[in-house]
Design a binder for this molecule. Structure first.
Ligand code: AR6
Length: 172
C-alpha cells in the first residue's frame, strides 16, 4: 500500500538521515533564507561552491548536489512558485517541483527522501493548498514507481504538522 510509504513528521529537515533532502531554493540556487539558509549553514560552504556550478534552475524544476556535512547523501534543490493569487499556474509549478525532485531521487537510487513544505514560507503559497498538492503528487509517484521507497513530508512547526496530517487523511 502506497500510504505506508508516505509519512509526515515535525523536524528540522537538516537533521534527517535520509538519502536525499529537498531544498526549497530560488532560481539562482545560491542560497537564501528559510529552509534554504538552514540547509546551507548545516551543509557547510562547499555546498555553495557546488551550487555555483549548476547555473541556476527555473521554477518547477530541480537539481541535485551532494549533502556535504549533512547526514543526507544528497540535496535536491527545487524551485517552487512564488504565490501570486493562484491563477498564474502556481499549482502546476508546485506539483512539478515534487515530480522533478522525485525523478532525480529515483535516478540516483534514493530509498528515502524528505521534503519541506515548498513555497509555503517566504513564497507565500497557502499551506493547506500546498499540502494537498504535495500529498496527491507524492501518492501518484509512489503508485507508479518503486523508488523512493519512502517519502517524508516535513513540517517545521506544529501548525504545518496539522495541515500536512489533515491533507494525508483527506487524500487517503
Ligand atoms: N526544516 C524544515 N522545514 C523548514 C526549515 C527547516 N530547517 N526551515 C523552514 N522550514 P521557505 P519558500 C519550512 O521560506 O516559501 C529562501 O530564501 C518553513 O516553515 O524556506 O519555498 C529561498 O532561497 C516553510 O513551511 O521556502 C527562496 O528565495 C517551508 O520550510 C525562498 O526562500 C518553506 O519555507 C523560497 O521560499
Amino acid at each position: 500500500m502506497s500510504s505506508e510509504r508516505l509519512q509526515v513528521v515535525q523536524a528540522d529537515i537538516t537533521t534527517l538521515a535520509v538519502d536525499a533532502i529537498v531544498n526549497a531554493a530560488n532560481r539562482s540556487l545560491l542560497g537564501g533564507g528559510g529552509v534554504d539558509g538552514a540547509i546551507h549553514r548545516a551543509a557547510g560552504p562547499d555546498l555553495l561552491g557546488e551550487c555555483r556550478g549548476l547555473g541556476g534552475c527555473p521554477p518547477g524544476q530541480a537539481k541535485l548536489t551532494g549533502g556535504h556535512r549533512l547526514p543526507a547523501r544528497f540535496v535536491i534543490h527545487a524551485v517552487g512558485p512564488v504565490w501570486n493569487g493562484g491563477q498564474q499556474g502556481e499549482d502546476e509549478t508546485l506539483a512539478s517541483c515534487y515530480r522533478a525532485s522525485l525523478q532525480l531521487a529515483e535516478a540516483h537510487s534514493c530509498g528515502s527522501v524528505a521534503f519541506p513544505a515548498i513555497s509555503t514560507g517566504i513564497y507565500g503559497f497557502p499551506a493547506d493548498r500546498a499540502a494537498a498538492i504535495a500529498v496527491a503528487t507524492c501518492r501518484a509517484w509512489l503508485a507508479a514507481y518503486d523508488l523512493p521507497q519512502t517519502i517524508t513530508l516535513v513540517a517545521f512547526d506544529a501548525r504545518s504538522l496539522m495541515v500536512l496530517r489533515s491533507a494525508l487523511e483527506k487524500e487517503a
